[in-house]
Design a protein around this ligand. Structure first.
Ligand code: BDR
Ligand code: CA
Length: 342
């Protein structure tokens, strides 16, 4: 009798364990539908390679480009280069906005070089742009998408999504969440004492996205300035001895120089790649839900993200603000994924 009861208890435990295991496994393999909106840019290219090397977790539906680090023709060319280097030519690249919503365009050639890609030779990729415009692609795709099924990674100024939201506010129905590389609070800015480049380049667009009420995560300088290259970390990437490892090694060796000098840092940040790492391995990061206001008034606060980290004003908590990250974990993930490319 006793042994029969024990058997039944054991059986129930095993079934429960099996159910938990299957649920976890199902979660682990569930693919995220992803659109990457980007202005490549050195760190954007690293982010694209990381995403395109991660097909188990990320279904990259399209890459949409925007003017930012360099002009739109060059950001679109560089996005196509990243796609070619990753061997993922089936992913369409749509060119989008060539200028911000309201303000005068700015570029970051001083950091990313004239071609927007330091440390490597650029060429015209074999495969061209997809027909149509990035903004229209966003509108059409998000309108017909299953409810809250598509994630958007925003790696540059948020102009394309803002234009799409103005044209068709109902597209929020298709958005699962938006993950932004941008903003700065504890760290201070990188283009003015208080503003980060992507927000400064088009604060009006960022305000439209914020006001749309979509689920938003910000990956600001507060965290990206804690995830720095080091000689050892770059060596581990170069030691892969494949094309991707060499390209990323060359790009980063050149890209980080200016930041190391300007901030007196021992290494340089790879900002945009942290957004992809957050999507792949959120456990590498910590942050919390806070209230965010974006300043777009002319003056010294232009482009600033006013992040109420301590809930001083008790306002609605409208973004998840990522504040810290596991730097070695990030570089191990990047190295491991780059190893899969040619
Ligand atoms: C951000 O600005 C750009 O220069 C980088 O690509 C990144 O998206 C960092 O402030
Ligand atoms: Ca960028």
């Amino acid at each position: 009798m006793q042994s029969c009861r024990q058997f039944v208890v054991q059986l129930i435990r095993s079934v429960a364990l099996l159910a938990i295991f299957s649920a976890t496994a199902a979660q682990a393999v569930e693919k995220r539908n992803l659109i990457i909106d980007t202005d490549p840019g050195a760190d954007d290219v690293v982010a694209l390679l990381l995403a395109l090397a991660s097909p188990e977790e990320l279904n990259v539906m399209a890459i949409t480009t925007v003017a930012g680090n360099v002009r739109i023709d060059k950001t679109s060319r560089n996005a196509r280069l990243a796609r070619e280097w990753a061997g993922r030519e089936e992913v369409p690249v749509y060119a989008g906005a060539g200028r911000p919503l309201v303000r005068t365009p700015i570029y970051a050639e001083n950091i990313h070089g004239k071609e927007g890609l330091p440390g490597v030779e650029v060429h015209e990729p074999k495969k061209g742009l997809a027909e149509g415009n990035a903004v229209q692609y966003l509108v059409d795709t998000l309108k017909k998408a299953a409810p809250h099924s598509i994630t958007i990674a925003m790696l540059g100024p948020q102009t394309n999504l803002a234009l799409a939201l103005v044209q068709a506010p109902e597209i929020t129905q298709g958005i699962k969440e938006v993950v932004v590389m941008g903003g700065a609070h504890f760290n201070g800015g990188n283009i003015t004492p208080v503003a980060e480049f992507n927000l400064y380049a088009d604060p009006d667009a960022a305000k439209v996205v914020l006001a749309s009420g979509v689920k938003l995560t910000y990956v600001p300088l507060d965290v990206t300035h804690k995830i720095l290259t080091s000689e050892q970390r770059l060596r581990q990437i170069e030691a892969l001895n494949n094309q991707a490892g060499k390209l990323v090694g060359n790009i980063l060796n050149e890209y980080v120089k200016a930041d190391m000098v300007h901030y007196g840092l021992p290494g340089g940040p790879v900002h945009d790649a942290s957004v992809i790492a957050w999507l792949l391995k959120p456990e590498l990061f910590t942050g919390k839900q806070i209230n965010l206001v974006i300043d777009s008034r002319e003056g010294p606060g232009f482009g600033q993200t006013v992040a109420d980290w301590y809930d001083t004003l008790g306002q609605n908590k409208n973004v998840f603000w990522v504040e810290n990250g596991d730097a070695q974990g990030f570089f191990d993930l990047l190295t491991q994924r780059l190893a899969r490319l040619k």
